[in-house]
Design a protein. Structure first.
Length: 657
């Protein structure tokens, strides 16, 4: 009491306390052993002789929050046994009959029902039936290892203690012997040394539970982050479309206001600004000819909602099927698949040690699948029917692994989308497989959408020197290293594009227009998508201010016309590579000069208001205030004009005469 200790503590957080002996037990089995023990019976006998009231044998549930109350009661009753032992036993009680030991019945906590009747305590000495509730974490187990418990006897042949050969421990109480054979420690030793098939429930430690909770929180936070990011991209696209629609309506109103401002006698301006004069210096600058043509071209080449939905559908089905294939291969690797029925059978992991800190299962072969290319960068154009996915593997991908995935993928695709028909093809030379659909046009089947799934692993970046240090050897049927490294580069490109180019104003519009130009013009076809993305982002970032689509496109053509792609120019480096590398290294000198010359010609056309020729479209009609123009009157004053000309001619002849 002077040391100030806080009461008994238990690992589970709950305990059962005996009010008579002031003893705290860690569970219902331990409490039952205490009730049947010699110490409790001795105290009952002593209280009976002294005529003191005997509390009920019903256990008191002690939690962590009730430690103070336990200390108080224990301090109040701690001196009772010591005081009682010093009192002489009265002779009148020597022949007293010993009360019967209470009968104890164990039932589970889920079978206990509340009794609305008031509790009536039986008289001392009457046999009673007591119900001891079990803690939630306790389960009914059978004792094992009877043959490995030795009885130690004294010289008189009386059993004085017990010894366990498996656990190398000793105990004196028969109840403790029974409890020991049911305990987790004894059962684990029995499983380890005698019967490996014995099922022992592994109780996770506090650290393991915390790790599992943190892992679940990280997974949920990651899913919420990507869901929120995707919603932001969709919202950004909708805001951009709404902005250009508002700007188009604003242009029409601005045209009317400018017309009435130039000709005030024609009537007052009506529209957003209301009637009456207004200050022309607070007006926004109307869209230029280049802006209107760029927006119209972008709307023409952007895919419609039906195409985008069909692409998202096949990609989502492929991703879900790949996840199921990953689970199946993991179960096959751990032996959780029935060979006859080919069905995954779940097994409880037994004897698992410390929980690994990684999020992924160390036995999982396929770690994850990610979108790359035009799909992930949101640069699809009308008519694009090929998208790309990358599957990360824990080890270096092999041809046999690709064959396994291609074998099991059709069945899982049918389970995910039973109404759709997909075709899975293998392309081992490209380290990928394809999932495609077909559509019917005028009775003939033509290729539809196609998803390319490339296998790769971060281990493919290891150099021969690093492999020698680690002692790892490449598998004999490993897939093409260059294709796998290219897939890893695509992952870095997507990450860079999301952080730098996707949120920049007019960047995606100009990139889509450049992609359309590369598809239409053979001179521009050698320019790949990744160099054009880097070029547009670098040029727009150097402007310092947000640019409209027309100004942004003109600035890009100015940079190309200035020779940024020529061999003797500084050029632009690839930010996703460790070593300095030219982003347009695949272009030859002749191709660089052809693109530069074409850019100079396009810049001249833009300067002379012929941007529609650069975009490959028809010229848009001029705004409303430019359609009328000032013309000579023909119908009403044509005859008068001719008569006036004849009069002037007659007067001239008279002067000459």
């Amino acid at each position: 009491m002077k040391s100030g200790t806080t009461g008994p503590t238990t690992r589970g957080g709950n305990a059962l306390r005996c009010e008579l002996c002031d003893v705290t037990c860690t569970g219902s089995d331990a409490y039952a052993a205490h009730i049947r023990g010699a110490k409790h019976q001795k105290v009952v006998k002593l209280h009976t002789k002294l005529g003191k009231p005997i509390p009920s044998v019903d256990p008191v549930l002690v939690t962590k929050g009730s430690s103070a109350a336990t200390n108080t009661s224990s301090s109040a009753t701690a001196s009772v046994p010591q005081t009682i032992t010093n009192i002489a036993k009265p002779p009148s009680y020597q022949g007293a009959r010993q009360p019967a030991v209470p009968k104890i019945t164990f039932v589970g906590s889920d079978k206990i029902k509340p009794d609305p009747k008031p509790e009536v305590k039986p008289a001392v000495g009457v046999q009673q039936e007591v119900t001891i509730p079990r803690l939630p974490e306790e389960k009914d187990v059978q004792p094992v290892g009877h043959d490995y418990i030795e009885e130690i006897k004294n010289d008189e042949g009386k059993v004085v203690s017990f010894s366990c050969k498996l656990c190398e421990c000793r105990f004196n109480d028969p109840n403790a012997k029974e409890m020991h054979m049911k305990g987790r420690r004894h059962r684990l030793q029995y499983k380890k040394k005698v019967n490996p098939d014995l099922v022992v429930d592994i109780k996770p430690s506090l650290r393991q539970r915390k790790i599992q909770e943190e892992r679940a929180k990280r997974t949920q936070a990651r899913e919420e982050f990507w869901k929120r990011r995707e919603e932001e991209f969709v919202l950004m696209e909708e805001e951009e479309r709404h902005y250009w629609a508002e700007r188009k309506r604003f242009e029409e109103e601005m045209d009317d206001n400018n017309w009435y401002r130039r000709f005030p006698s024609r009537g007052p301006p009506q529209g957003r600004f209301g009637p009456g004069p207004f200050n022309p210096f607070i007006m926004r600058r109307p869209d230029t000819v280049d802006d209107r043509h760029c927006v119209a071209k972008h709307d023409a080449i952007y895919p419609n909602e039906e195409d985008l939905e069909s692409i998202q559908k096949i990609v989502l089905h492929t991703e879900t099927a790949l996840k199921k294939v990953s689970d199946y291969l993991t179960a096959l690797e751990t032996g959780q698949v029935d060979v006859k029925t080919n069905v995954v059978v779940k097994k409880e992991e037994e004897g698992k040690g410390e929980v690994d800190g990684e999020d992924q299962d160390p036995k999982r072969i396929l770690v994850g699948v990610m979108r790359v290319g035009l799909l992930a960068k949101q640069l699809l154009l009308k008519g694009d029917n090929e998208v790309e996915l990358v599957v990360l593997c824990r080890e270096k991908p092999t041809k046999s692994l690709l064959e396994k995935i291609a074998t099991h993928l059709p069945a899982h695709l049918s389970a995910v989308a039973p109404e759709a028909t997909y075709t899975v093809d293998r392309e081992i030379e490209n380290a990928c497989l394809t999932v495609s659909t077909t559509k019917e046009e005028e009775g003939d089947k033509v290729p539809g959408l196609r998803v390319t799934v490339t296998l790769t692993s971060p281990l493919m970046r290891e150099t021969p020197e690093e492999q020698e240090e680690t002692g790892k050897v490449d598998p004999p049927d490993m897939l093409d290293r260059d294709k796998c490294i290219t897939a890893l580069a695509e992952l870095r490109h997507v990450k860079w594009f999301h952080s730098r180019a996707l949120s920049r104003h007019s960047c995606t519009i100009v990139i889509r227009i450049l992609r359309d130009l590369c598809q239409r013009n053979p001179t521009w076809s050698p320019l790949k998508c990744w160099p054009s993305e880097l070029l547009v982002e670098k040029v727009l970032n150097s402007a310092g201010v947000p640019l409209s689509p027309g100004d942004a496109m003109r600035r890009v053509f100015e940079a190309l016309a200035g020779g940024i792609l020529l061999a003797d120019s500084p050029g632009f480096l690839d930010p996703c590579e460790k070593e300095p590398m030219d982003a347009a290294m695949e272009l030859t000198n002749q191709e660089r000069e052809d693109i530069t010359s074409s850019s100079q010609h396009a810049l001249r056309l833009i300067a002379f208001r012929q941007v529609h020729k650069v975009l490959g479209m028809e010229a848009l009609p001029p705004p409303k205030h430019m359609r009328g123009g000032r013309k000579r009157r023909i119908s009403s004053s044509g005859e008068l004009g001719e008569a006036a000309g004849e009069e002037k001619k007659d007067k001239k002849d008279e002067i000459v005469e």
